[in-house]
Write a protein that binds this ligand. Structure first.
Ligand code: URA
Length: 189
């Protein structure tokens, strides 16, 4: 994929898995394509499927608040994508086949952005990007070198809505992310 236009027009037509039969919109991503920081969620929910943009429901509002704590803005200095681009019915976890079928699109997004830092939102994204042995309760906020890219995971904002007791740990993780962005990135903060 040589450019975003090519990626977006091909991705919108994707029929690599059965999720294409139930989707309203393909949710490709949002944000600054020249950003140095890539956030990766799990997959679209109902609001995202309807709007065609990641993280626009309640969890998205919390994500925006989390980003604001460290001076990040989804439209200005980061890019947000998902592991799967189409909504799994009833918000079930995406299957291994669906994740595998969709992986080429995320790989193409990596190649176009060439991120210095990747932040996985929640267990599903962290398992897919960091590895199957990842445990979100144990490994959140820790840095991993994934093909030369500094990669960490935060609790998913939907998990933080369900369990606000995790918020203080997430604040610490966000401050760590801010520290590394300030030392590694030249155009972000
Ligand atoms: N949850 C996700 O992981 N991604 C979205 O885009 C919305 C909710």
């Amino acid at each position: 994929m040589d450019n975003w236009e090519e990626l977006e027009s091909a991705c919108k037509e994707c029929k690599k898995c059965a999720l294409n039969e139930t989707r309203t919109n393909v949710v490709i991503g949002v944000g600054n394509r020249d950003s140095e920081v890539l956030f990766i969620g799990e997959g679209p929910g109902e609001s995202e499927d309807l709007k065609g943009e990641p993280f626009v429901g309640r969890a998205g509002k919390l994500l925006d608040d989390m980003l604001q704590i460290i001076g990040l803005d989804r439209n200005r200095n980061i890019y947000i994508a998902n592991i799967v681009k189409c909504r799994p019915p009833k918000n079930r976890d995406p299957s291994n086949e669906e994740r595998e079928a969709c992986s080429g699109w995320l790989n193409a997004q990596y190649a176009l952005i060439s991120p210095k830092i990747v932040v996985c939102l929640g267990r599903i994204a962290a398992e897919a990007i960091i590895g199957a042995g990842f445990k979100i309760t144990r490994d959140h906020g820790k840095w991993h070198d994934i093909n030369g890219v500094k990669t960490m995971a935060l609790f998913h904002p939907a998990a933080l809505l369900r369990d606000p007791n995790r918020r203080p740990e997430t604040f610490v993780d966000l401050k760590e992310l801010e520290r590394v962005i300030k030392s590694e990135c030249t155009r972000t903060l």
